[in-house]
Design a protein around this ligand. Structure first.
Ligand code: UDP
Ligand code: MG
Length: 136
């Protein structure tokens, strides 16, 4: 009966800066997600480094962490059946130029680094990421 799943979503600084959060949250609602947890925060670079630790060997790691800590973000736990995969589908490809039409990154993303939204890539990582922001 209750097959619903949770995934972590972040509205990144480029989108918050352009005041797109209500529009993006509306997209989640329209697509059947329930925003079960939500907060607006401004994380430190150290917190961003911890969050993106899987990418620590990548050439873009430092810029990525600078960027995620550069301004306010909205972190949310999104709930629905197949939330993880469905959110990845709704977000579109990492590079907005390659994202399918109608996806969030196609509509709102500026570039591969300023791509407006984050979404967990597996059920396991979703649990870790939701805990990272909402455990207390
Ligand atoms: N990123 C970047 N340059 C790249 C690849 C990724 O700046 O060449 C950034 C981008 O913001 C991306 C994040 O690093 O969203 C995490 O990368 P990942 O491969 O996990 O992409 P995602 O899961 O966000 O689609
Ligand atoms: Mg990822």
């Amino acid at each position: 009966m209750n097959e619903s799943e949770q995934t972590l979503s972040i509205i990144k600084p480029d989108a918050v800066e352009r005041n797109l959060q209500d529009e993006i949250k509306n997209e989640f609602n329209k697509n059947g997600f329930v925003i079960s947890k939500e907060k607006k925060i401004h994380i430190s670079k150290q917190e961003a480094e911890q969050f993106y630790k899987v990418h620590e060997t990548k050439p873009f790691y430092n810029d990525l962490c600078e960027y995620l800590s550069s301004g306010p973000i909205i972190v949310m736990s999104l709930q629905k059946k197949n939330a993880v995969l469905d959110n990845r589908k709704l977000m579109g490809a990492t590079n907005p130029k390659e994202a399918e039409k109608g996806t969030l990154r196609e509509k709102y993303g500026i570039s591969i680094d300023k791509n407006s939204v984050h979404g967990s890539d597996s059920i396991e990582n979703a649990k870790i990421e939701i805990d990272f922001f909402f455990k207390d």
